[in-house]
Design a protein around this ligand. Structure first.
Ligand code: SN0
Length: 314
């Protein structure tokens, strides 16, 4: 594997999951792979778990890491071609990317959707420039349309907690005060469709995800029906794809509550974090025994480490 931007970059998902479990039980077993290798992590957007877990994963493999927060400590970067650079952006991605590539062996990039144009976001303009211009392997740490390291950790967590071979997993939209990308739900759908789980997506009308991710998957618009006999509730907010970047609803009747969790089959509650308490989910659910959000976050280390190990092994 050279680059990692989606589930389809993994040569074999079942094998990758097996490797993640092995790494989790023996995290320092492959330290030789990263000796004298450097990973640069570039952030165009904020991060807590992705930054720390990816650095930890690289360090577990014996790598060195360097972090650049582009919009805080770097030069502001232009990404459009053919512009007269007379504004507030002194550096162009076309030089910055190959320069960064000369300083390291792997680049991790976080570049969210910027919601100026759906076409540009869904073309993954920033991520693809890194792939084209850096000369080194590139790992997505959440791009405009996907968050594959998160979904890998989510799948690993479900595998650890499932009590039946074919659990019912529900992705539920929930309200949020701000415009959020579709990357996490897109990716979650993409990874769940690679499993044989019973998988249900529920959201209010107008929040349909891109057909590119949903394929022939049907939406259950009744959240209560979707929750019936579920084993895992994966809550997430996203903004509209069809009315791109719009907030169409803040309907608090979609918040995950103890009453809603009671409709499930003792389901576990999952969220990628950071989570808006008492908007997405009540304190009672998040602080209660069904919540596995911290274990889910811990697994970010092992999903990243599996990916980095596969890249280091070529
Ligand atoms: C990001 C998102 O894609 O939804 C990252 C999740 C891993 N989440 C946010 O930006 C949350 C920001 C907020 O204001 O709650």
């Amino acid at each position: 594997m050279r680059h990692f931007t989606s589930v389809f970059d993994l040569p074999d998902l079942a094998n990758a999951l097996k490797m993640a479990c092995e790494i989790k039980s023996n995290p320092f077993g492959f330290q030789h792979l990263g000796k004298n290798k450097t990973m640069v992590l570039i952030f165009f957007n904020s991060s807590l778990r992705t930054r720390l877990s990816t650095q930890k994963a690289a360090m577990n493999l014996g790598m060195n890491t360097m972090v650049l927060n582009v919009n805080q400590d770097g030069w502001r970067m232009e990404s459009e071609l053919g512009v007269i650079m007379d504004g507030d952006k002194p550096e162009h991605l076309r030089e910055a990317i190959p320069v960064i590539g000369r300083f390291c062996d792997i680049i991790g990039v976080r570049a969210f959707a910027n919601f100026e144009s759906r076409e540009d976001d869904y073309a993954e303009k920033i991520l693809n420039q890194f792939i084209q211009l850096s000369g080194v392997p590139v790992v997505s740490m959440e791009a405009a349309t996907r968050h594959p390291l998160q979904s890998f950790a989510d799948l690993l967590t479900i595998e650890e907690y499932k009590t039946k071979p074919r659990p019912k997993v529900v992705l539920s939209w929930a309200p949020h005060p701000k415009v959020l990308p579709q990357a996490v739900p897109n990716s979650f759908v993409e990874w769940m469709r690679q499993t044989d789980y019973e998988f249900v997506v529920t959201h209010p009308k107008g929040y349909e995800l891109s057909p590119m991710f949903m394929g022939d998957l049907k939406v259950e618009y009744d959240q209560d029906r979707a929750f019936e006999s579920a084993d895992f509730i994966y809550a997430k907010n996203w903004s509209s794809y069809t009315e791109y970047g719009e907030i169409l609803s803040k309907d608090m009747s979609w918040t995950v509550t103890t009453e809603k969790m009671a409709l499930t089959d003792h389901a576990r509650f999952m969220h990628c974090l950071p989570v808006r308490r008492n908007m997405i989910v009540t304190d009672e659910v998040l602080d209660g025994p069904s919540s596995i959000v911290v274990d889910e976050a811990e697994n970010r280390v092992y999903s990243a480490q599996t990916v980095l190990k596969m890249i280091l092994e070529g």
